[in-house]
Every structure is written in C-alpha cells, then in structure tokens.
Write a protein that binds this ligand. Structure first.
Ligand code: MIC
Ligand code: SF4
Length: 647
C-alpha cells in the first residue's frame, strides 16, 4: 500500500462511502460531537424536529461558554433548555464556568485518531491532540448526533514541515500567523493542513492546539498534528493515559504541497486590522499606543500561556494607560492558577480577571474605546467584532500581549528586559469533572425546560422552479458570517429566529434608510425571491448557521458569489438557499441592489458541475444573459430544492 498521510489514515478508518481521492465527495463516521450554547440551542431544536430519542455517537458534549453575560433572561433560558435536552438525549452537559468548549474538549475528551464534528468553526482545535476535528453548522452536527455520517469533499493535504525550536519569546501563535501569511484566509476550501517534521516534538499539545485552532482562519477543513510522546504526556497528565495511541504519517507520504517552517527563524508576528491574515512582524508595526490588552480565548488560554503571563507580570505593574483582561480557558486552568499563586501575581499587577468563557472574543463585554488599539491573543479581528465600530484589533501571542500590557505600546517581547520564564507542562493537571453533568439513563424522560425565549426550529419551503428574484444587497470580498449575522449584543437572540433576523447585515445599515431585513421582507411580500450578491470568499469565519437561517426567514433563496466558504455553503444548502458562483467577474460587477435576477427551469438546469443560465434585468429595463457555476452534488441539489435538510 502507498505511504499514507495521517489525515488519509484517519479518513480511511472512518470512511463510509466514496473514494479517498482529493476533490471527491466522501462520507465519514463521526465518533464525537461538540456544541456550544450559541449554536447548540438550534442544533437541539433541529435534533428534536428529526425525532431522535438518543444520540448515537460515542460521545457528544454540549458546552456553555458563549452566552454567559446573562443580561436579561435569554441566556439562562438557553442553558436550562440545553441542560434538560442533553439529559434526555444522552449528551454530556458542561456547565457555565467549566470553560471554553475547545479548551475543555482538548483537556477532558479529545482522543487521538477519532473524528470530532462541532458546531463551532474552531472545532479543529482538536487536531492538536491528533483528532480529525471539523467545524460545521448546527444541523450537520445534529445529523451526526443522530448517527448519520458526515459528508465532505475529500481534502487535498498541505503538509507543514516544522524544523528547529523556538527562540525565547516566540510562540505557537507566531507559527499559525506565519502560516496565515503564506496561505491567506481565502482560497483554501477543501484542504486539510497536516504538521510533521522534527520540530513537532518540541511543541506541547496546547501549543499544537493554538496552531490547529487558528487554522480555522485559513478556511481549511481542519489541521492535524501527529500523536506522539508529547501527546502521551499530556493525556497522562490529564489522567487519561489509556486514550493515547501513537499516530503519524508513513515515511515518504506525499502531500499536495509542502511548506517548511524553521521554528528558529520565526519572530513575533501580529495580525493587523481587520483580517487574521493581514500579517506583519510586531517590529514592523512598531510601538503604536495600545489602550487594551486581552489574554484568553480558545486560541491562547492554556495553563502554559497563563503561567508564562503571570511570571512576566509578577512584581510589576500594567502600564497606566492599558486595561489588561485575562480569561483562563477552563476551570482547570483557573483553579491551577489560583492554587499555585499565579492568579494573585496577575491581579497584583493590575490585570482584570474575566470568566473562563468566550467573553470579549465574541463581543460580550470589554469593547475597546473609540479610536483606540486593542491587542488580543484571540483568533479573529473582523471589523466591529469587538463591539466597537471602527475598532483596531491586533492578534498576537500571549508573549507579545503581556509585553505590550507592561509598556503601553505594541512591543516585541524580545526587547523586554526580563528573562523568558521557563514554563513546563505540569506532570499532573487538576482533574475535576463535577461541572460536566451526565445524562439521565436511557428510558427515563426528564422534563424539557422550554421558556418563552426558546423559539421554533426553522421552517423552510421548496425553491420555486422559475425564480423571479430581486437583489436585496450586493457586497464585496471576504464577507464574514460576523458581517451577515452580528453577535455582540445580539448574541442572546440565537434561539429566536424572527427577532435575530432583524439584524441581518446590520453593519451595512445606513441611518434613515430601510434595513436589509425590511428590504428583504418587502421583496418576500411582493412574492419574489430575495437574492444576495457577493464577491470572493463569502461566509468566512464563524460556523453560525443563523447566517443562512435568518436570511432564509427573510425570503432569500439565492446567493450568487464569486466563491463561498465551506461551512457557509453547506449551511445555505441545509436551509434551502441555492448557492451559485459567478463565472465572469463582469457579471458580478454589473449587478446592483434592486436589480432583477430571473432563472427559468432551475431544476433542469441544476446539474453537478454544470452551469445555470440567468437573466439580469436592470432598473432601466435593459437586460443581459449570464451563466453561473454550480458546485453542488446531486444530493445537495435534491436537498436544497426541497427547502433544505429538515424539509
Ligand atoms: C466565533 O468564534 O465566531 C464563534 C462565535 O465561536 C462562532 C460560533 C457562533 O457564531 O456561535 C464560530 O466560530 O463558529
Ligand atoms: Fe469562543 Fe472566540 Fe473561540 Fe469562538 S473563537 S469559540 S467566540 S473563544
């Protein structure tokens, strides 16, 4: 047999249908699933709508980490619904306070060689422990919980060969920022990144997880590290030594592309406003004045990260013009920092302690001041995501962040007059799973708590064969799901589609003019199909299926884009919105809001790999014919035309 990459091995072990040829459609068995609360309520409403009594996976976990600010009853209503539905469906429930889903899953549940599907785009964090971990929309995760395989495009595999060892003050975050500077944040759909080479051994599992976590920003399906001695040590320290097995690519395995990174040569990097792939060295950006530093999120909130930060802060003071927030990623990390005195060192230095949750990463508090710079150890700096319009958010390593907190200006940590703290991985983590609630035994039917803010699962209808469409909005390149469906103050509306739909594309609203929702509703009420027209890489970022469900609720039936990112394209199909691609940029450029798009006989025209003829009619009555590409398979086509997966 030909030498296999690690990804090919895991895929082969889980293959249900299709051939392992890059670009082909395959189905794989899913061993584990995870949901978080902001996507989980919809996923469980959908699971209920499917009539599933009990999940069929080896392990499914529901976390509460996103909606924890509890301004009003909505958040806790969600938590109560999730806790009760998980108990009834056989799902573990990680209570609020237990930590961020990806961090906790890595610590307590991730197993090398298993597949994990999660309703969060940073699920690939699990690749740090040797899992094939993939982010998806809530409905796809619900279907996996029901025991059905997950459909994906067999990926092309980019190998990243690591050699050497970090210089002091250079960290895992700098590796992934460097990879982002090479691969960019678009054009990587259908790819998995596999790390290999002699440099891997020097990285601990949490460091690997920083790299696989932010692989999401490349737009790839996942990122995977081998399972080796470091993995064994991590699992043993989590009292899960029995979950370990060694895993690596075969000698001589062929990758579709190989990138070599010499860890010795890396320097501190920053992702500049407002895209995670807008990379410069910290030195190049220079000593810009910084008002806020936040250390945390699922990218950089491990014990090792926090312990390094505490040691640098010990006995010093945060710069008077900086507000420093720290959010340890899990209760395990938080408790260890408390017991070992590190938390005291941080607080004495002036740090503000935040909950072990997503918090500022998803605009739940800690929004920076107007016209000010925020430096964060997070993974996304999309415009406005901090909750401040016109924000200037830089993404860096914890090393760069803590140096900056001390000096008040963006600082290359190598210039600090401080010895780089030696932070070893503990040989024993503090293990206490009491905040993870076990489900009721099969056969028992606990009461499902459904307060008034828990809405209905989405209802979709079939797509008409002749489409009389009107363009509701035209947008540019790299439109993220944060642009489509803002989180921040609106995050608490995730369980209520009619309410949440009111803020679709809110970032493009202009004072005194009708909102996207109002315009889309007017088109719907006129009996026409709403159309969204977009540039390249539409739907980057978050997996939130609300970016499909809410437009669908407002009558959108077509998304015409130059290209669409993987998770969002799947979500559109799942909710009965037809995604089609422009073949000629001139057609995209010719379309404006208010124009009509007509398609005759859509059913017959939708053939895998084929084209769809459409007519554009401008306001002045002039018209032109143009062709659109279709990347959907036969199954996608059948599903989308019916009105999506639930239909
Ligand atoms: C994000 O980081 O954008 C989120 C919030 O975790 C999302 C999920 C969501 O919108 O609920 C993600 O990454 O998928
Ligand atoms: Fe939470 Fe931020 Fe991670 Fe998303 S990226 S899971 S919001 S910490």
């Amino acid at each position: 047999m030909a030498a296999q990459t690690l990804v090919q091995k895991i895929l082969a072990n889980h293959l249900v249908s299709g051939a392992l040829v890059a670009g082909e459609e395959i189905e794989i068995r899913i061993d584990q699933t995870l949901c978080q609360d902001a996507t989980g309520t919809m996923a469980f409403l959908e699971l209920e709508a499917m009539g599933v009594d009990r999940v069929k996976t080896e392990l499914s976990v529901q976390y509460v980490d996103h909606n924890t600010s509890q301004l009003g009853p909505e958040n806790q209503n969600d938590h109560l619904y999730l806790q009760s539905i998980c108990s009834s469906k056989g799902v573990l429930f990680s209570r609020p306070g237990n930590g961020i889903c990806h961090q906790v899953h890595l610590e307590r549940f991730g197993i090398p060689g298993k597949t994990l599907l999660g309703s969060d785009s940073h699920t690939p964090t699990g690749g740090g422990i040797g899992m094939l971990a993939i982010g998806a929309g809530g409905l796809d995760v619900a279907v996996a919980m029901a025991g059905q395989p997950f459909k994906l495009t067999c990926p092309r595999i980019v190998g990243v060969k690591l050699t050497g060892k970090f210089q002091p003050w250079v960290a895992a975050k700098d590796v992934i920022l460097h990879v982002l500077s090479i691969l960019g944040s678009k054009g990587n759909v259908g790819t998995v990144v596999e790390y290999f080479g002699p440099g891997v051994a020097s990285l601990s599992v949490p460091e690997r997880a920083t790299i696989t976590n932010m692989g999401a920003e490349l737009g790839v399906t996942g990122s995977v590290f081998p399972s080796d001695e470091a993995t064994r040590a991590f699992l043993a320290a989590q009292q899960r030594g029995g979950d370990w097995q060694p895993l690596a690519a075969d000698e001589g395995a062929a990758y579709d592309r190989v990138i070599e990174i010499d860890l010795d040569k890396l320097v501190p990097l920053a992702a500049c406003p407002s895209n995670p792939a807008n990379i410069k060295t910290v030195a190049e950006v220079g000593p810009i004045v910084v008002n806020q530093v936040v250390i945390g999120s699922c990218t950089n909130s491990s014990y090792k990260d926090m312990c390094m930060v505490a040691q640098v802060l010990k006995g010093k003071q945060v710069h008077p013009s900086v507000s420093l927030g720290v959010a340890p990623g899990s209760r395990q990390v938080m408790e260890m920092l408390i017991r070992e005195g590190y938390l005291g060192d941080m607080i004495a230095a002036g740090a503000r302690l935040l909950e072990s949750a997503c918090g500022p990463c998803i605009g739940q508090g800690f929004s920076p001041a107007s016209d000010s710079v925020s430096v964060r150890t997070f993974n996304r700096n999309f415009a406005g995501r901090t909750g401040t319009k016109g924000d200037q958010c830089y993404l860096v390593s914890p090393e760069t962040a803590v140096a900056t907190a001390l000096t008040g200006v963006l600082t290359d940590p190598r210039t600090l007059d401080v010895a780089y703290p030696a932070c070893e991985m503990p040989s024993q983590f503090l293990v206490d799973d009491r905040l993870v609630l076990r489900p009721a035994p099969a056969g028992e039917a606990p009461e499902i708590i459904r307060k008034e803010t828990i809405g209905e699962p989405p209802h979709c209808t079939a797509v008409p064969d002749d489409i009389a469409g009107e363009v509701v909005i035209t947008v540019g390149d790299k439109i993220t799901t944060d642009h489509i469906m803002p989180a921040g103050v609106h995050l608490k509306l995730r369980s209520n589609i009619p309410q949440y739909a009111k803020v679709v594309f809110e970032c493009f609203s202009e004072a005194g003019k009708p909102t996207f929702a109002e315009r889309a509703m007017a088109v719907k009420q006129a009996g026409k199909a709403g159309v969204i027209v977009a540039g390249e890489s539409y739907g980057q970022g978050s997996s939130r299926e609300h970016a499909a469900i809410c437009p669908m609720h407002l009558g959108v039936r077509l998304v015409l884009a130059r290209s669409i990112e993987r998770i969002h394209a799947a979500n559109l199909i799942n909710f009965g919105i037809v995604p089609l691609q422009f073949l000629d940029v001139a057609d995209y450029e010719a379309i404006g809001a208010g124009d009509s798009i007509q398609i005759k006989g859509l059913r017959a025209q939708l053939v895998p790999g084929g084209t769809v003829q459409a007519t554009l009619v401008k306001a002045d009555g002039s018209s032109r014919e143009f062709a659109l590409g279709n990347t959907m398979t036969d199954r996608d086509i059948a599903m989308v035309l019916k009105g999506g997966r639930l239909a």
